[in-house]
Design a protein around this ligand. Sequence first.
Ligand code: TGC
Ligand code: FAD
Length: 392
Amino acid sequence: MRPDLFEHPDYYGLDELLSEEHKLVRDATREWVKRDVSPIIEDYAQKAEFPQQIVKGLAEIGAFGPYIPVEYGGAGLDQMSYGLMMQEIERGDSGVRSTCSVQSSLVMYPIYAYGNEAQRNKYLPKLASGEWLGSFGLTEPNFGSNPGGMVTSFKDMGDHYLLNGAKMWISNAPFCDVAVVWAKNEEGRIHGLLVERGMEGFTTPETHNKWSLRASSTGELVFDNVKVPKENLLPNKSGLGAPLGCLDSARYGIAWGALGAAMDCYDTALRYSKERIQFDRPIGGFQLQQKKLAEMITEITKAQWLTYRLGQLKNEGRATTAQISMAKRNNVDMALTIARDARQMLGGMGITGDYPIMRHMMNLESVVTYEGTHDIHLLITGMDVTGISAFK
Ligand code: TGC
Ligand code: FAD
């Protein structure tokens, strides 16, 4: 890939509203991405391999548990900093951001919010330092958009629980050290269990042949009579609301992340439009190319303000599930449209790995599906404004 010359667009002067700490976190993350991710990511995406060597760096910049308190190894930052970090990391690659979302919002967050002190002390420092990687098992072969129907279940055997079932489409599954697994007890109530690699009957086969999110590893979590110690049940929250609460945090990070991917596509296309000469002029001088660029910067600017305001609400503990849904849906859709237009602007070069656009575009096809599909988020907004669920 070419040298990473990324500069973020700021058409409405949003930077003036960021604190010095926010800018420091954003700029430090950007420098790290330019140095440690951009030079290698195309190669790893082509090979369909997760670059394990970046795990230590991600931990060092605080990307594992940015908002988890320092006493548990987290970075103790606010939600705006968490968002800006996800923006910069997904600007590099959605698969790398995926790893951070899973580790922070889907593994560390439930252990912090629903776990007891012993569980926090045992797992959080190891996850924050990157010594351990985690995964989050909610989706099943027959229950994706409707996770409440899950069939993975556990029985109380007196001195342990016996877990059976399978989860699929699980990010980081093939190498995770611990999985937060959502399963039903004998009364049909959903609980979170901490399942560790090495427990007998627990396997994590890898999912192959993905055209999207190729630098992120995806797999299954299979439980065949796995004996889970009783102390591995998350005690402080149960019911479908428990996993959905984790999704709120991850979807918030994705709203910021998609913005980063869109910015990278826009920045690349703008630069190219000034350099590429056809009919003796830079293609950026043609009205049809300017229309694309003008629409891109307009949509990015609108999404920046939506996301910034969401960050303020999240910092105040006031962001609702429906507000987060709206931002996730809007920003991912916006990023996909921009990626498709930007790819066209680069002509034939747009399909190569010399530029990041095609990779972003393919990645975003997963991002628009996971953590609630585009249509599910629309229905969450519909439910919020009408008070009537389209799911029942
Ligand atoms: P519904 O009846 O609406 O709700 C069930 C219970 O949950 C409560 N609740 C929430 N609680 C906390 N936070 C939230 N966000 C909540 N949303 C709902 C709700 O109040 C209720 O509580 P109670 O006490 O009344 O029982 O549930 P439903 O079955 O009708 O489903 C609603 C629906 C469709 C919106 C939901 O199931 C949904 O969001 N589906 C999409 C599934 C999804 O997003 N899966 C993601 C899997 S993880 C993933 O993709 C990771 S990718 C990671 C990466 O690589 O980055
Ligand atoms: P389905 O639910 O079968 O949906 C198929 C289509 O039907 C979609 O277009 C959907 O919008 C539509 N549809 C469904 N219900 C309705 C309705 N009521 N009204 C209108 N339309 C509807 N899951 C995890 O638990 N952990 C992970 O780490 C994880 N990582 C992932 C990584 C990748 C790369 C991918 C692709 C997925 C990952 N997922 C993970 C799973 C992801 O969350 C699901 O794919 C997603 O929730 C959709 O479920 P599904 O694929 O079963 O699609």
